[in-house]
Design a protein around this ligand. Structure first.
Ligand SMILES: [Zn+2]
Length: 794
């Protein structure tokens, strides 16, 4: 019974720690001292910037620009609007160029040494079409303004502080590309603090740095206020394509820190991202972490230089533990010594069989594999597809969904650990059935099946007879040690996530002779270690959950949890109540998963996304009503059917996949103008003037002769155009048109398909019906798409 109490106390303690750490700070009022950050002061700028969506090039964005220039002038920053062209080949999609006309805003707080490399506070002031962008990224812009105001109140910094408010981030990092590629001011920057958002609440994470971040992390450690950061995120971001303005700064070789929040991700790029739904505590978190880092960099005699990356993670409060990657081996060696010591002493006390250790290793593997199988099954069982739009069904009920996953993962872990005391092989059935059942949702699922079968095989080998607690825990710790060694060898920056819980568990094991010491002291010690370790690990499980729709990643936290909670979760013998905790949690988790599936989550606060467009094919003179959201609202359904046409699938190069469509009357609309001319140097100049009022134009280029796309609007591209292949250009804020310079290998023709987007419903079409409160227009919805093709010869 004491063990059960200790287990429950440890779980409650861990939940309390995790909850406390995940709370953003209290927003500070207008009366906050001038040299500190006040979310309430910053919120005034958020409100002023984000009444309506303001994508690059729009009138609304020009209004935001003017307002920001006035604000920065009032702050004494001598703001300049720096017009430019952002354009680059897309990193992820071959043969695609994103570009457009941008207007960055730059202001300067002069430092004592004007020639010293400056600190840049960066955020983007444009929003996506369809979202007011209060979080993304008015919160970042407002933070930058409030930070520079607070810096100024403190005195003259050692170096210049640049406020760099970029334009066109949402259209492909256009403003940052224009600035770091072509603006002479970019050479003045030595350190970048970028502020971004992917949700509207939660803690702010520092998730990305420049290359060779040793000195940058040293600055973060010294300065940060309740930091949320670890080398795990930095490592992940170094190895996957990503898209914030910081990418462009990093490409330019700059050091810096990238901050963002991702809680309540439903509001990301959504009409619901209004000033009212932005959590002011999150704004405070962004501002006070950003200010601390900016102050440290701006007032220091030198900016952080470059030295090898370090392994680091926040622990609790202001503590960040950091060390060189090689020190990870020392941590592992110490853990190994503690585990061996504890095992030897426990065997002297209890005399368990050596095979118990092997069975414990198997049970630990089974516990994690089985938990992953259950999580994987639950994700499929929700019925939601995978993808940005598909996930919205889950984001609209995110707390319920996360709770279901925690209950399932932790529940199975506890059940698997408890069962090793009896050793019944029947345990193998649970993941096997879950793995099989995964195929009942969304078609045959080889991953689920593979996980389930693998877990079951491990169970058959490891279970089969009762295993002593000390022996099993010893095996579990050795299993953790093996994995930590592998992680240290393959990717040292991530090894800490296993190595630190392992070290803590090994210490608890050594002090209690692998839990073979009876008595309260031993239980209290193990309970404390479990509470602290699980509380820390829960933060990572939460971060993995909110940043990626990959529930299986929670396994990493579950592994650490298994190492710590093992001796509390495994009863002595027979069928004491401890063994029922796990199954009870699993049943609760399954019930919640069913609730997630059958619940209709959309309401006025979390409305269902709808997207309709009127597409006009100017060559075939045909009209279409189109919807491209994976789940179509009843409202969008009615719009598509409103012209009386039959619903069908439409394939067109401008859509990534076939979209729902219904024929609609053809309507006259202006077409783009295109002219091809030969320049004196032999290159071709293709001028495209989109129809008046276009927000964006997309082009698909197919030559019949090899050619190179040299540049667009003066921005170098250097993309080969192969005969017969399609290369695409998407250009935002295209009011004044664009000029493409091409170098062909010989005479030939170029087919140019176009799709111009007008941000309004076409003239002459019946107006759209009004949406009910639980349905919202998403992205470019309610716009007109004008398409056609030209064949140009030279
Ligand atoms: Zn953004």
């Amino acid at each position: 019974m004491g063990r059960l109490l200790a287990l429950v106390a440890a779980l409650i303690g861990a939940a309390l720690i995790a909850w406390t750490v995940q709370q953003p700070p209290k927003p500070r009022p207008l009366s906050t001292p001038a040299d500190q950050f006040s979310a309430e002061r910053a919120m005034a700028d958020v409100r002023a910037m984000a009444p309506v969506p303001h994508p690059v090039g729009s009138e609304a964005n020009h209004a935001v620009r003017d307002r920001l220039v006035a604000r920065m002038a009032a702050l004494g920053l001598s703001p300049q609007v720096r017009a430019g062209v952002g354009a680059a080949k897309n990193d992820r999609v071959a043969g695609l160029v994103l570009g457009g006309q941008v207007e960055n805003i730059v202001g300067v707080l002069p430092g004592r040494d004007r020639a010293a490399p400056a600190v840049a506070l960066m955020a983007h002031y444009d929003s996506v079409p369809g979202s007011p962008g209060a979080a993304d990224d008015a919160a970042g812009v407002a933070s930058a303004l409030e930070i520079v105001r607070a810096l100024k109140a403190q005195g003259t910094p050692a170096r210049d502080v640049l406020v760099l408010l970029t334009d066109g981030e949402e259209a492909g990092l256009l403003g940052a590309n224009a600035f770091f590629r072509a603006d002479p001011l970019a050479h003045h920057v030595g350190f970048v603090i970028n502020m971004e958002a992917r949700g509207s609440a939660g803690r702010v994470q520092m998730f990305q740095t420049g290359a060779d971040n040793g000195p940058t992390i040293a600055l973060l450690r010294k300065a940060a206020v309740r930091p949320q950061s670890a080398s795990l995120a930095v490592f992940i971001y170094e190895h996957m394509p990503n898209d914030t303005d910081f990418t462009e700064a990093k490409k330019a070789g700059l050091a810096g820190l990238n901050f963002a929040f991702a809680g309540r991700q439903f509001d990301y790029h959504s009409p619901s991202s209004t000033p009212a739904t932005l959590d002011p505590g999150t704004l405070q978190d962004m501002g006070q972490q950003g200010l601390a880092a900016a102050r440290a960099a701006a007032f220091a005699p030198d900016l952080p230089g470059r030295a090898p990356n370090v392994v680091y993670s926040q622990v609790f409060g202001n503590l960040i533990i950091a060390y060189a990657p090689a020190i990870g081996w020392v941590v592992l060696a110490l853990s190994a010594v503690l585990i061996i010591l504890a095992t030897v002493r426990a065997r002297r006390r209890e005399g368990f069989a050596r095979t118990d250790i092997l069975r414990g290793m198997g049970a630990a593997l089974f516990a994690v594999l089985g938990a992953v199988t259950l999580l994987h099954f639950a994700r499929r069982a929700t019925g939601a597809g995978f993808g940005f739009m598909e996930q919205r069904f889950l984001l609209a009920q995110v707390t319920r969904w996360e709770s279901a996953l925690i209950l399932l993962g932790l529940g199975f872990l506890l059940a698997a650990i408890a069962e090793i005391a009896r050793g019944r092989r029947l345990m193998a059935l649970v993941p096997l059935l879950a793995g099989l059942a995964a195929s009942a949702f969304g078609g045959f699922d080889p991953v689920g099946l593979g996980l389930g079968v693998a877990a079951a095989l491990v169970a058959v080998a490891a279970y089969g007879r009762p295993v002593s607690r000390a022996g099993a825990w010893s095996g579990a710790l050795l299993f953790g040690l093996l994995l930590a060694v592998a992680a240290q060898a393959l990717a040292a920056p991530v090894a800490f996530i296993v190595a630190w819980p392992l070290a803590l568990a090994a210490l608890a094991a050594a002090l209690t002779d692998m839990s073979s010491r009876r008595g309260v002291a031993s239980l209290v010690l193990i309970g404390l270690a479990a509470a602290v370790g699980l509380g820390w690990l829960a933060g990572y499980a939460h971060a993995a959950f909110i940043s990626l729709d990959l529930v299986e990643l929670m396994a990493i936290s579950l592994l650490g949890a298994a190492l710590l909670v093992w001796p509390l979760a495994q009863p002595t013998e027979g069928a004491p109540p401890e063994r029922l905790v796990g199954p009870a949690l699993v049943i609760l988790g399954l019930a919640l998963t069913v609730a997630v599936r059958v619940n209709q989550p959309y309401d006025a606060r979390f409305p269902q996304a709808s997207y309709v467009a009127y597409q006009l094919d100017q060559d075939a003179r045909r009209g279409w009503l189109v919807s491209d959201t994976p789940e179509r609202s009843a409202w969008a359904d009615a719009v598509l059917k409103s012209a009386g046409g039959k619903l069908t699938k439409l394939s067109h190069w401008v859509w990534r996949r076939p979209v729902d469509a219904a024929p609609a009357p053809y309507l006259a609309a202006p077409a783009p103008e295109m002219t091809l001319s030969r320049r004196p140097d032999g290159a071709l100049s293709l001028r495209v003037l989109p129809p008046a009022g276009s927000r964006q134009i997309a082009l698909a280029l197919t030559p019949d002769t090899p050619a190179t796309l040299v540049s667009i609007q003066g921005a170098p591209i250097g993309m080969p155009l192969a005969p017969g292949a399609v290369s695409r250009v998407r250009w935002d804020a295209a009011k004044d048109g664009l000029e493409l310079i091409l170098k062909p290998a010989g005479p030939g023709t170029l087919t140019v398909k176009y799709a111009a987007r007008l941000p309004r419903w076409p003239d002459g079409a019946p107006p759209l019906p009004s949406r009910p409160a639980q349905v919202m227009p998403f992205n470019d919805s309610d716009s007109t798409l004008v398409t056609g093709a030209r064949r140009l010869a030279w």
